[in-house]
Ligand binder design. Structure first.
Ligand SMILES: Cc1cc2nc3c(=O)[nH]c(=O)nc-3n(C[C@H](O)[C@H](O)[C@H](O)COP(=O)(O)OP(=O)(O)OC[C@H]3O[C@@H](n4cnc5c(N)ncnc54)[C@H](O)[C@@H]3O)c2cc1C
Length: 379
């Protein structure tokens, strides 16, 4: 009997655990650990904020995965000893034959002076209701969607939020302008200038200025201070704070302080035998020098590849499954439409294609969530 510990039950962890369960012998244990009791996709956070669909609609209890033979444990991952393949969960050490690290990225608004007091961290689902109420109460003035650091999860997400918020404000006749700022030189650097320009054109058409290349240094009451000395005033600041790797991964020696977990781009192996890492906690540098975007679809595909490799190793076979850096994601643009982004990020140079907006891509986005919830949780 062997045991796999999957740390984190987000996109990557659930994908790895469910795939492992379908591949391993029933006598092998698949233990899935998370401090949370449920799963919600990031896209549902945005829907909640703009009043499109309640968060509750997309929430699923992790306990439901027990019915599939996965040992779901609600616990904090307090320490990891990767060389010994053991993990401390709520004070108790647990040994494993293989470990999948899928702890995601944390948002850290506290590193930007004034951000936590004056802005709403919309990348944390705990704040989605507060952001929704603040947006719904806004009658006039200026809404700022601000990116406070890169990399951040879901690169198109802030632009999608701005477009959807603009739609919601216009629908009820609010006299509110919407603007976006961030340190990026173009909206989506990883896609390259031509494809990024398609997204920027959508912002232009919606009358949403994008203040590019503008790192923020601090936030005051109703004002963001930029590094170049200029200020951006706001009545509501919906913020994407800087992200960082969970501290436990730095303490474990899996990630450098201020960095991310280094993995082989195709196998997701860490330098420690039997220890893999997937998803937002990792950094994979592409041929053009930019990192693979932090996105659920990649965390999922990585989780699948790792599960296949572990199953092969347990069966005494040479593992052959790899992650190929391809994927399709959808970003809503308002009016019931979305763009579809097809990417081949491991190509040299990395390739991406932004198509739409279209109603078909919007249907693709809805299916992206519905298909996974059905496959993992049965509904
Ligand atoms: C607003 C928004 C919209 C998005 N839209 C999309 C989209 O449309 N498509 C897409 O592909 N991606 C999207 N994303 C990005 C996507 O959500 C992330 O890339 C994805 O969740 C990363 O998966 P992960 O498994 O690496 O981490 P996560 O899904 O973040 O999971 C990490 C898990 O680890 C747990 N954890 C962390 N530390 C500990 C600890 N010490 N002890 C116990 N548990 C711990 C957390 O509770 C969490 O459940 C969006 C993100 C946001 C914020």
């Amino acid at each position: 009997m062997a045991r796999v510990l999957v740390l984190g039950a987000g996109f990557g962890g659930i994908a790895a655990a469910t795939r492992l369960r379908s591949l391993l012998d029933p006598s092998d244990e698949v233990v899935l650990v998370d401090r949370s009791t449920d799963f919600v996709m990031g896209l549902h956070k945005t829907w909640e904020v703009v009043g499109a669909h309640p968060l509750e609609e997309g929430r699923r209890p992790l306990a439901a995965l027990r019915g599939r033979g996965i040992d779901v444990r609600q616990a904090s991952v307090e320490a990891i000893e990767p060389a010994a393949r053991r993990v401390r969960l709520d004070g108790a050490w647990v040994d494993a034959d293989a470990i999948v690290v899928a702890l995601g990225a944390e948002t850290v608004p506290q590193v930007v002076p004034g951000l936590a007091q004056h802005g709403v961290n919309v990348w944390d689902r705990a704040n989605a209701g507060r952001a929704r109420d603040a947006l719904a109460a806004l009658e006039r003035g200026r809404l700022l969607v601000g990116v406070f650091g890169t990399p951040y999860a879901c690169p198109p997400g802030p632009f999608e939020l701005a477009l959807l918020a603009r739609d919601a404000l216009a629908a009820r006749g609010a006299q509110v302008s919407v603007e976006v700022f961030g340190p990026m030189p173009i909206a989506l650097p990883v896609l390259g200038p031509a494809e990024s320009a398609k997204v920027e054109a959508l912002l232009d058409a919606a009358g949403i200025p994008f203040h590019r290349g503008q790192p923020a240094t601090s936030v005051g009451a109703g004002v963001v201070h930029l590094a170049d000395g200029r200020d951006l005033a706001f009545d509501l600041l919906l913020a994407v704070p800087p992200h960082r790797v969970p501290r436990v991964l730095v303490d474990a020696g899996l990630a450098p302080a201020g960095g991310w977990v280094g993995v082989d781009p195709r196998t997701l192996a860490t330098p420690f035998a039997g220890v893999y890492a997937v998803g937002d906690a990792t950094a994979i540098t592409l041929a053009h020098g930019l990192p693979l975007p932090k996105a659920g679809l990649f965390a999922e595909a990585e989780g699948h590849a790792v599960a296949e490799r572990i199953a092969a190793e347990f069966a005494g076979r040479e593992p052959t499954a790899t992650f190929d850096g391809t994927g399709t994601c959808f970003a809503e643009t308002g009016g019931g439409r979305a763009v579809q982004i097809d990417a081949r990020f491991y190509a040299d140079p990395p390739a991406a294609d932004v198509q739409g907006p279209s109603e078909g891509a919007m249907a693709g986005k809805a299916a992206f969530e519905a298909d996974r919830l059905a496959a993992w949780f049965g509904r």
